[in-house]
Design a protein around this ligand. Structure first.
Ligand SMILES: [Fe+2]
Length: 278
């Protein structure tokens, strides 16, 4: 009777600890999957009627659904700030951001404000006045240049922005000849604390077309790139393809680096934390 009681108790304990362990493992797996598979997209043109991105709210809704299908749950809304090309109205941006936020909540997607800022000598002053927006109001700014900018001008501009207290994130770095022709400048900029962002489409194309001399592949191998983002403009011609990009990054460069590029570093940027921080 006593032995039977002990046996029964042992079996119950084993069953309880077994299911607890299973639950813990399940939790761990879910957590790992969440970290691996939900992405932060820090470069998008999803806000309707602001630039060459979404034309209207319906396109923006489609883009939200597409982002969700691509495992993106956090989006920085980086409409172009380039007053020479698109009339900029900060209040209009904030109103539309609020309206889109209500739509994003339905998809359980979080939105953060920002701009893709086209660099001119007026930008430091525009930032100081709050005319253009840093990423989620923090220390990082997403910055683009004329594609034909020469090496010295880009470096000088970036250093001057850093001097003002910002950390520049170079948008689609793969588009500038001064960066792709030799790796000296990009390495130096990276060492100086600039953040290098490339577009997910460029990662996909470089691998699909098996480009041997692709700067994106070279930079990925050297781990020069800090963040990959969609730069999506609509749901059809320039869509979100982050899931496909994530699979490529994971396959060729490993899960840890893929996670750093698509989730961990972008999240640190949005939270205004250093990239080396936990
Ligand atoms: Fe862009």
């Amino acid at each position: 009777m006593h032995a039977g009681y002990i046996l029964k108790k042992r079996l119950i304990c084993r069953a309880v600890s077994g299911s607890a362990a299973k639950g813990w493992r399940k939790g761990l797996t879910e957590e790992r999957n969440r970290l691996m598979e939900t992405y932060f997209d820090i470069h998008t043109h999803i806000l309707p009627g602001m630039d060459d991105g979404a034309e209207n709210m319906e396109t923006a809704r489609q883009m939200l659904r597409q982002a969700k299908e691509n495992n993106v749950e956090d989006i920085v809304v980086t409409s172009h700030y380039c007053p020479e090309r698109w009339l900029w109205d900060r209040e209009k941006y904030l109103d539309r951001f609020q309206a889109l936020q209500a739509e994003a909540e339905k998809e359980k997607i979080r939105l953060y404000p920002g701009n893709e800022i086209y660099y001119t000598s007026h930008i430091p002053e525009a930032l100081e006045k709050g005319a253009c927006l840093s990423l989620n109001g923090g220390r990082y700014i997403l910055i683009e240049f004329d594609y034909h900018i020469w090496e010295g001008a880009m470096e000088q501009a970036l250093v001057s922005l850093q001097y003002e207290g910002y950390t520049p994130v170079i948008a689609h770095a793969e588009r500038y000849r001064c960066l792709t022709e030799s790796d000296q400048l990009i390495q130096r900029l990276s060492e100086q604390g600039m953040v290098i962002q490339v577009n997910s489409d460029s990662v996909i194309e470089a691998h699909r077309r098996r480009l041997r001399r692709s700067p994106v592949k070279r930079w990925l191998r050297q781990k020069i790139i800090h963040a990959v983002a969609s730069d999506s403009h609509d749901a059809r011609l320039r869509p979100n393809r982050m899931r496909e990009c994530g699979a490529i990054l994971e396959k060729y460069y490993g899960t840890d680096y893929a996670r750093a590029l698509l989730r961990e570093n972008p999240e640190r940027i949005v939270r205004s934390r250093y990239l080396g921080e936990d």
